[in-house]
Design a protein around this ligand. Structure first.
Ligand SMILES: [Zn+2]
Length: 259
């Protein structure tokens, strides 16, 4: 349902942009108040556009949108954070693009009643800032893992990592992860099935700690883990997010093709 108000103001992060005409672009954004929204950036490709660089991917703005028949028009944008450090590093940029793909594949346009929009916005903004300030790939991955776990919880698909999904017993060892169900089962419930991925106890404990930690705080594990460990956890969670998504994330293919 579209609001009857003629214009509205919101904080929003640009996640995708595509051409509409010679001078205009459509910008897809994730906004604090209304979740996923689209707007026309009129004249953005003209040399003297007043919107200009603020309409680039991964820029957070306070924007004013005017309601239109098919699309809302972005009339004003004031940059809140340009996340410049993200653009200076290919790993940072690629993993940030991966976050935008997760958001665009799980969130839908017009879901403005969703009470978690603000929390998703805060998570996205906070993790982008952390990735921008990361010193190495391990730090980037720690933030992406945190995003994967927290985002899935916010959209109601959170991973169950503490108790067995089938019998409800409290797990003592690593357990077995089901990508399709997004959680762990115990040894007895796993039986002879091969759809589960055996988890090391340390991995399960690490993931629980990330799931429960604040966006800006570190866990006791962060200084103990290395890039290889984080990458394994990241790939496991990616299988789980991909399995719930209509289209698997593609951003990382750039990196995969370079190694
Ligand atoms: Zn069980």
């Amino acid at each position: 349902m579209k609001s009857i108000k003629e214009s509205f103001v919101t904080d929003a992060i640009n996640i995708k942009t595509y051409p509409l005409s010679d001078y205009d672009n459509i910008v897809v954004m994730f906004s604090r108040e209304r979740g996923l929204i689209k707007g026309i950036a009129k004249g953005v490709k003209r040399p003297k556009s007043k919107l200009g660089a603020r309409m680039q991917m991964l820029v957070a703005n306070k924007i004013m949108l005017k309601n239109g028949r098919n699309f809302d028009t972005i009339c004003e944008a004031q940059a809140l954070n340009t996340f410049n450090k993200l653009r200076a590093n290919l790993d940072k940029l690629t993993y940030s693009m991966y976050l935008t793909e997760i958001i665009s594949s799980f969130c839908t346009d017009g879901d403005e009643e969703n009470t978690n929009n603000e929390k998703i916005y805060e998570l996205f903004y906070g993790i982008l800032e952390n990735i921008a300030n990361s010193q190495n790939k391990t730090e980037i991955l720690l933030n992406v893992i945190k995003f994967q776990l927290k985002f899935m919880s916010l959209i109601g698909l959170g991973a169950e990592l503490k108790v067995c999904l089938k019998c409800g017993c409290k797990l003592e060892d690593g357990g077995y992860f089901s990508v399709a169900s997004g959680g762990v089962v115990c040894k007895d419930c796993k039986g002879g099935s091969d759809i589960y991925i055996g988890l090391h106890k340390k991995i399960r404990e690490f993931l629980i700690a990330q799931q429960n930690s604040q966006i800006n705080s570190k866990t006791q594990y962060d200084s103990l883990v290395d890039e290889n460990f984080c990458n394994k956890c990241f790939l496991l969670l990616k299988k789980y997010t991909d399995s719930h998504s209509s289209r698997p994330a593609r951003a990382l293919r750039v990196l995969e093709n370079m190694t």
